[in-house]
Design a protein around this ligand. Structure first.
Ligand code: FAD
Length: 479
């Protein structure tokens, strides 16, 4: 019987696995998809929010501010792209200026470091491309941008390296209460665990109801985005928000850690947890709202639209608690924004709850932290030569837009959580992230994966299982 079984390996499940891997306890993670970070964790604004939005006194406020501070160190240790660019909330009129005062007071109460109210002149000096009618801003230097999927993957990889068992393609379909814990069923296996952490994101309510009566309701809410080419990445140098409203933090414009410009999201209730469609109406709304902040964005430079689904529920806080009816079953649910920012602090809170329920967490003396990967496009010419001398596959460029080599792609297959799909490679080394969005390198990545895994390219999906690229027989080049 494993001590703790975590259901779901988005950023919350991964952060919990990473946190618990520091202790001498056995941990198993079950992920429904063929990859980690393939739910909401891969489709969001990628902002580590400073923490002035949540209401003071809520758990969300405390965990947001703590999580952002923890994230800075984790990203440094685990080689995760992270840039502390700070954020600005813009005011366009008197009412907005009042809102900024409210946010400033909240920020002070929440312990957000160094926040400041700026005049129109100050904000225009910092961001010359903003609309002329911006009349003030709230500046929060502790906000940052991050690669959300690498953040999740890095924590999951280090957890696995330290003994956590991760099973992908393992959707939990049934949970029974047994003497001293739980029996958890997936289509292919049965697991037993003393405690369960439910980190199933927008599916957390459904997972909860596999073992307990309904205690909350998750409402999926979709946000749509534009991702613009790198020639738009310098439009702004901070995360640019508008004042929040009843639909959330509103439409933002921000550079990404990869040098692109991200614009979005809207907020629209949807009926299905996996409804990540983009719509012309949603995207038009986003475009018009963003132009209010930064009129000169050239949307013809758009390279990708995508959508993510928020796990909304009726309260203004995260739902982090043991079930009232099923001792030992803990929900980490309703983890809407700022869930990415709060993730490592949520994991520490989960560990505290487990300890409170009787789980001993003795520190693991030989915990091996740290992780790094080769980024060929960031190497000096000398480093490139050395890599190529050691392995000529570093001399073959597969992704021309992002200068990703065959050597980097092959190296991912020896990592603790190797990719199983074309987009799995994209999330690990950036092949397909550039202007052509995999139009050139996608088939080559598919070929390399098939060759290295000893299967047919037909068996390599684009992303989740079932997203097949090819069907029928492929002929080898020799024929
Ligand atoms: C539009 C949008 C913008 C956002 N922007 C930000 C932001 O800028 N900053 C911020 O801090 N937060 C942001 N968030 C919130 C943040 O993205 C989420 O809080 C965070 O990603 C939630 O992570 P998670 O691990 O709970 O969920 P997920 O990433 O969805 O992971 C849940 C995992 O559980 C798995 N799963 C589901 N059911 C089962 C099952 N039965 N068995 C096994 N596995 C299962 C899924 O496959 C999935 O991998 C945003 C969210 C959205 C939608």
């Amino acid at each position: 019987m494993t001590d703790v079984l975590i259901i779901g390996c988005g950023v919350i499940g991964a952060a919990c696995a990473y946190e618990l891997a520091h202790s001498n306890v056995s941990v198993t993670v079950l992920e429904a998809d063929n990859d980690v970070a393939n739910g909401t964790t891969k489709a969001n604004s990628a902002i580590l929010h400073a923490g002035y939005d949540p209401h003071p006194g809520t758990r969300m406020a405390a965990l947001n501010v703590e999580g952002v501070a923890l994230a800075r160190d984790i990203c440094a240790r685990l080689d995760v792209p992270y840039d502390p660019i700070g954020s600005l909330v813009l005011a366009f009129d008197e009412k907005d200026l009042e809102t900024l005062n409210v946010l400033y007071d909240r920020g002070i109460k929440n312990g957000v470091p160094d926040i400041e109210l700026l005049t129109a002149d100050e904000v225009h000096a910092m961001e010359p491309n903003l609309a002329d009618n911006v009349c003030g801003a709230l500046y929060a230097p502790s906000a940052a941008v991050v690669s959300p999927w690498e953040y999740c993957l890095a924590m999951a990889e280090v957890a696995v390296k330290n003994g956590v068992e991760l099973h992908r393609n393992s959707p939990v379909t049934a949970i029974e209460q047994i003497e001293g814990g739980f029996r958890v069923h997936t289509p292919d296996a049965v697991y037993e665990a003393r405690y369960i952490l439910n980190a199933a994101g927008v599916n957390a309510g459904a997972v909860h109801e596999l073992v307990a009566p309904k205690e909350y309701h998750i409402t999926p809410n979709r946000g749509e985005y534009y991702l613009l080419d790198k020639n738009q990445g310098q439009q702004v140098s901070h995360v640019i928000f508008q004042c929040p409203n009843e639909n959330g933090k509103g439409v933002l414009v921000s550079p990404t850690v990869h040098g692109n410009l991200i614009v979005g999201p809207n907020a629209e209730g949807v009926s299905a947890a996996d409804d990540t469609e983009t719509t012309s109406a949603g995207l038009e709304f986003v475009m018009n709202a963003a132009r209010r902040s930064v009129p000169g964005i050239n949307f013809r430079e758009n390279i990708r639209n995508f959508a993510g689904v928020r796990a909304n529920h009726s309260s203004d806080d995260f739902l982090i608690a043991e079930s009232k009816f099923v001792p030992g079953f803990f929900d980490l649910a309703g983890i809407k924004s700022p869930g990415l920012s709060a993730a490592p602090a949520i994991a520490k809170e989960a560990a505290r709850l487990l300890a409170g329920a009787g789980l001993e967490l003795p520190p693991k003396a030989d915990f091996a932290d740290g992780r790094t990967r080769v980024r060929f496009n960031e190497c000096t010419p000398e480093e490139k030569n050395a890599l190529i001398a050691e392995d000529p596959r570093y001399g073959r460029i597969i992704c021309r837009c992002e200068t990703v080599t065959e050597g980097e792609i092959v190296a991912t297959l020896s990592t603790p959580i190797p990719p199983m799909s074309v987009n799995g490679v994209k999330r690990r080394v950036g092949a397909g992230m550039g202007r052509c969005q995999g139009g050139f390198c996608g088939p080559r990545v598919q070929d390399i994966l098939a060759r290295e895994l000893g299967c047919s390219p037909v068996d390599i999906p684009m992303d989740s299982n079932g997203t097949w690229v090819l069907c029928g027989e492929t002929k080898s080049k020799a024929n």
